[in-house]
Write a protein that binds this ligand. Structure first.
Ligand code: FAD
Length: 493
């Protein structure tokens, strides 16, 4: 069988290895870290378990698809349950709102809390569904850089469901027109952050994201998010994928504009098919030494990054859920700081994920809680992160004290911190961006790097920095689009 190399074992690297193996390739994954998963990893500290990166799990069918393709029973590897609630929201004016992961229930809640018309909320979420099904489906399943997408994909349905507001208005304008209360607008503006974008710049098209939570559902993987990595790693091993850890790839070797393999410090691997799961910027700059192409990628704005405080909390907070948001008072100013000034905002929106709510006594010691506390942060442009960590920590504690009517700091008995520089160090994501490039421009979807190289035959890409974008569902789709292409290219080669 033909050899294939996958550079990186992020969630898209794992899915790529599984798909290529099932397509008949002999696959080797080379991973610079000593563990699989990239951003989707975990660690323990003082008896507390923490998922290191992603915490929101939607669209489990993307994972099921991999097990179905392999003819393996997913339940033997991976289990999950549906959550009743999507998120609990805390506003600075004291309002607390629990958003059910259900369109009808959410509409009633927003009516009761903010006086929104039930039908308005339902229409918005129905439109979100239509957009997702007609436009999102093309974007998520096809390359935007292959001519045959036009003939294969249901393009007509997409064109008829897109309204000019989805392309030419910002997400904020769309939401402001749809809802009367600014707290509802803030709730729906937040979805731009799901791919590291700015609701005051990103197109109305992003209004398709809430469909995932309110129509499709929010899920919790048993054992935490790390179970996704563990399950895919185990499946890949079952399919005889070879993994080499602590093996940073230094170079992609070429001959006559064809990929011929890769080199690490220790070894040379030959293969006519190379898939990079490394950030596309680093792939060009370091592995191909194509400075110009790397610079061209930077013309697109990077997505936002994050500061995460992993706190072991020695008590429990019955008023909190799995997902909690403490909104900033002035969302516009917060995003101006993130994307324009690239500075800390004194009143950041704070997200707290607590997996011990779903698995008490397992994810954290009995009667204690594992808090994953995240604030959006600007991508790294050389800010003083030592200073910023202290500023954000103080701002977060102040905000939580205010909105939870308590004194949080003495309750923290374990602490680890992640910042944009560490994110880059750990996963080679340029500037510590969580989702590759942002979707702040109308053309972002088309400018994002395709899943193949136009110049180098045999070189493909899968992961958050290429089409269709970042976040676990999109990363899994990128592996699918890449592998569909490989199958087609190799059949006709
Ligand atoms: P990555 O996870 O970036 O992994 C790339 C892998 O390649 C790494 O293992 C790296 O070590 C390896 N690598 C890089 N260079 C080399 C080299 N030269 N040689 C060998 N190996 C190399 N997404 C969600 O869906 N929901 C969320 O709630 C969410 N929250 C997030 C919170 C945080 C704090 C972070 C950091 C991310 C979050 N994301 C979330 C985004 C999500 O984690 C990513 O989009 C996704 O995990 C990226 O997967 P990937 O396959 O692109 O690769």
């Amino acid at each position: 069988s033909v050899k294939a190399i996958v550079i990186g074992s992020g969630v898209a690297g794992l899915a790529s290895a599984i798909r290529l193996s099932l397509s008949g390739f002999e696959v080797t994954v080379l991973e610079k870290n000593g563990y699989p998963g990239g951003k989707l990893s975990s660690f323990s500290s003082a008896g507390y378990h923490f998922d290191a990166g992603p915490s929101l799990f939607t669209q489990p069918e993307n994972i099921k698809e991999l097990f179905d393709l392999a003819g393996e029973p997913m339940e033997a590897y991976f289990q999950y349950s549906a959550m009743q609630n999507a998120c609990k929201y805390f506003y600075e004016d004291g309002t607390v709102l629990t958003a059910a992961a259900d369109a009808k229930k959410l509409a009633i809640t927003l009516h009761e809390a903010f006086g929104e018309q039930i039908s308005n909320v339902e229409t918005y979420l129905q439109q979100s569904k239509t957009l997702y099904e007609n436009v999102g489906t093309i974007f998520l399943n096809y390359s935007l850089h292959r001519k045959d997408t036009l003939t294969k994909a249901p393009v007509l349905a997409a064109l008829t469901s897109v309204k000019s507001k989805h392309l030419f208005s910002t997400l904020h304008k769309v939401n402001k027109t749809a809802f009367k209360d600014e707290r509802t607008v803030q709730l729906f503006n937040r979805y731009a952050t799901y791919n590291g974008s700015n609701p005051y710049q990103a197109p109305g098209m992003l209004s398709l994201i809430p469909h995932l939570e309110y129509n499709q559902g929010v899920f919790y993987p048993k054992g935490g998010m790390i179970s996704i990595t563990n399950a895919l790693y185990k499946l890949a091993k079952k399919l005889h994928v070879t993994f080499v850890f602590d093996a940073p790839v230094k170079k992609i070797t070429l001959h006559n504009n064809r990929a011929t393999g890769v080199e690490t410090d220790r070894e040379t691997y030959q293969a006519p098919l190379v898939v990079s799961n490394m950030d596309v910027y680093g792939t060009y700059k370091y592995l191909l030494q194509q400075e110009q192409k790397a610079a061209q990628i930077l013309k697109q704005e990077r997505s936002s990054s994050a500061l995460v405080f992993y706190w072991g909390i020695k008590t429990s907070f019955p008023q909190l859920e799995l997902h909690n948001i403490f909104f900033s008072k002035n969302y516009k100013e917060e995003f101006d700081h993130l994307f324009i000034h690239k500075r800390v905002y004194e009143d950041p929106t704070v997200y707290i994920n607590i997996t011990s709510k779903c698995e008490p006594g397992i994810q954290a010691p009995v009667n204690k809680e594992n808090w994953f506390v995240m604030v959006n942060a600007p991508a790294n442009v050389g800010q003083d992160w030592g200073k910023y960590r202290a500023l954000y920590r103080a701002a977060i504690i102040q905000k939580l004290n205010r909105l939870l009517h308590t004194n949080v700091e003495p309750l923290i008995e374990a602490e680890e911190i992640l910042d944009p520089v560490l994110i880059e160090e750990k996963t080679a994501s340029y500037m510590g961006s969580l989702y590759g490039t942002s979707s702040n421009s109308r053309m972002a979807a088309f400018l994002r790097h395709p899943n193949f190289s136009k110049k180098i035959k045999g070189l493909y890409f899968a992961g958050g920095s290429v089409h269709p974008g970042g976040g676990i569902p999109l990363c899994l789709k990128s592996a699918k689009i890449m592998c569909d292409m490989v199958q087609q290219d190799y059949r006709f080669a």
